[in-house]
Write a protein that binds this ligand. Structure first.
Ligand SMILES: [Zn+2]
Length: 529
């Protein structure tokens, strides 16, 4: 007897091959039959005529490392059809929680009432297991957090002993099942690492067959985009490690229209033997901290040191001039909206230009006073990407779909999530509804491949990412005629439409468009199946 039969659906099996009609039988956690299955053979039967049955989506770039502990139902993820999330990313994680990193981690999780009862990456992965998440989790180790644990916010080169300590942290994480190391070189202190330092750490990742995933040093907003891509590729060469370039985008006036050159560099590196892929979120706006408008040198030592520097007139003038350049590159204060500012939530949703005008101040003075009053915690949405670049990157076969968001929910402790960007709720349905059905940029089979087998293979996820007998029953069932995102920048917390069923490890997590409460996800540690 089968536990579940999905009958009559059109199967997009994850390979990119054409749709075919078949019934799918699930027993326990696995897909056991594909073909014609008689009614009466399954305990539960889902009628999927007119619907597409796909492997569950793998969100290759997320930031759910805190939110999964707060609300393991992962509702904004599963309602999009996501059955596996990879995190942490951008170099910022929750382990190792030692040294200077411990206080930083304690502050970030403390606002949700969570106590830091782990130290190593392995202990953090166990903490994730202990909450029984609704989605599968692919664990990573964060280079910025490793550097903070060993060297705090110092901009210095590591001593041999410090380098060895960082390598030890990375090794511990990889041994505990991490599938790679993420870096966020646009942020401090991770960005203080040199290319050579990163290669040293990435060699350990390579020993364990992991991926080096990087938010590169510049996306056109902070120096040369192509140099930053070359650096990621050079790390791939130097450490013989697989590479993932995170959230590929042409960010700002200097690089608009040049995404073809970036994609060509990736293709060339592949020809030279670097196994490199990219990922992308399908939106024209980015979301980040206000600090991305400020140079990294002025952030050495953390927020307090930054504020002290800005009290010095000469330094302040230097900082302002660099800020003004960044602001112009991103198209000015009209293109950036405050998304989180706890001291005055009424400013959330307003542009920086508008706030400055209201306060009769310059944009720099406004940004400075917001950073002072919030102790450096201001989140922003930057409307700085061009449609042509987004579409050119999307159709490239080396690029996956990723939200760059977090698993949240419009209720409970996560209702006021700190990066309210619609991608948390709408990324995958936006691709299927807007990019595939609306703009017809790619056939649905190929879009599904970019969400399933492509990431599963790159990160070495065994028996996931395709619909095949014996493979895990991570499945997403959607209506190709109605699937759509509904979250917008104005109303970012809306669930999508047209995804009635989502199955994780053989169990229904979304049924008729609602969360069932089931939490069958696993930590997909390397070395375990
Ligand atoms: Zn990033």
């Amino acid at each position: 007897m089968l536990d579940l039969v999905i009958s009559g659906g059109r199967v997009a099996d994850g390979s990119g091959g054409p749709l075919y009609t078949a019934d799918i039988g699930v027993a326990g956690e696995r897909i056991v039959r594909i073909g014609k299955i008689q009614s009466g053979e399954g305990r539960t039967r889902i009628e999927a005529t007119e619907l597409i049955v796909a492997p569950g989506f793998v969100d290759v770039h997320t930031h759910s490392d805190i939110t999964i502990l707060v609300d393991p139902r992962a509702e904004s993820a599963v309602r999009q059809g996501v059955t596996t999330q990879i995190f942490p990313n951008c170099g910022m994680g929750l382990a190792p929680a030692v040294g200077d990193a411990r206080a930083d981690i304690a502050e970030r999780v403390g606002q949700f009432g969570i106590e830091v009862d782990w130290k190593t990456a392995g202990e953090y992965f166990d903490r994730v297991r202990s909450v029984s998440p609704a989605v599968n989790v692919v664990p990573m180790v964060a280079q910025g957090t490793v550097r903070m644990a060993v060297m705090g916010f110092s901009q210095a080169e590591p001593t041999p002993a410090q380098l060895e300590a960082m390598r030890d942290h990375v090794r511990e994480a990889m041994r505990s099942g991490a599938r790679g190391m993420c870096s966020g070189l646009r942020y401090v202190p991770g960005g203080y690492a040199s290319r050579e330092e990163l290669i040293e750490l990435a060699r350990i990742v390579s020993e364990y067959g992991g991926v080096y995933a990087s938010h590169i040093r510049s996306e056109g907003d902070n120096g040369d985009w192509f140099d930053a891509i070359d650096e990621a590729l050079a790390i791939g060469h130097g450490a013989r490690v697989r590479v993932q370039i995170s959230h590929l985008k042409a960010l700002g006036a200097d690089v608009w229209g040049k995404s073809g050159r970036a994609l060509a560099a990736i293709e060339k590196a592949r020809e030279q033997g670097v196994d490199v892929l990219g990922d992308q979120y399908p939106y024209d706006a980015t979301s980040s901290t206000m600090f991305v408008l400020f140079p990294q040198w002025c952030q050495e030592g953390g927020v307090e040191a930054f504020l002290l520097r800005t009290a010095d007139a000469a330094l302040r003038a230097d900082i302002e001039s660099s800020f003004t350049t960044s602001l112009a590159l991103r198209g000015g204060g009209d293109r950036m909206t405050v998304s989180e500012y706890r001291p005055d939530p009424l400013l959330e949703g307003k542009t920086l230009a508008r706030i400055a005008q209201k306060h009769r101040q310059g944009v720099f003075e406004t940004a400075m006073s917001m950073l002072e009053t919030s102790n450096g915690r201001v989140s922003m949405v930057f409307h700085t990407l061009e449609r042509d670049d987004i579409e050119r990157i999307f159709v490239n076969p080396r690029v996956m779909v990723a939200s760059d968001g977090s698993a949240v929910a419009p209720h409970g402790k996560l209702a006021a999530d700190y990066y309210p960007h619609p991608r948390n709720y709408g990324c995958f349905p936006k691709v299927l509804g807007d990019f595939v059905r609306g703009r017809k940029l790619l056939p649905v089979e190929e879009a599904v491949r970019k969400m399933t087998s492509l990431p599963a293979e790159h990160f070495g996820l065994e028996r996931r990412g395709r619909i095949r007998p014996g493979w895990y029953a991570d499945l997403t069932i959607f209506d190709p005629d109605t699937v759509a995102d509904r979250a917008t920048f104005e109303n970012p917390r809306e669930f999508p439409a047209g995804i009635p069923y989502v199955i994780v490890n053989g169990r229904l997590v979304v049924e008729q468009g609602s969360h069932t409460g089931n939490r069958p996800g696993k930590v997909l540690a390397a070395g375990e199946e």
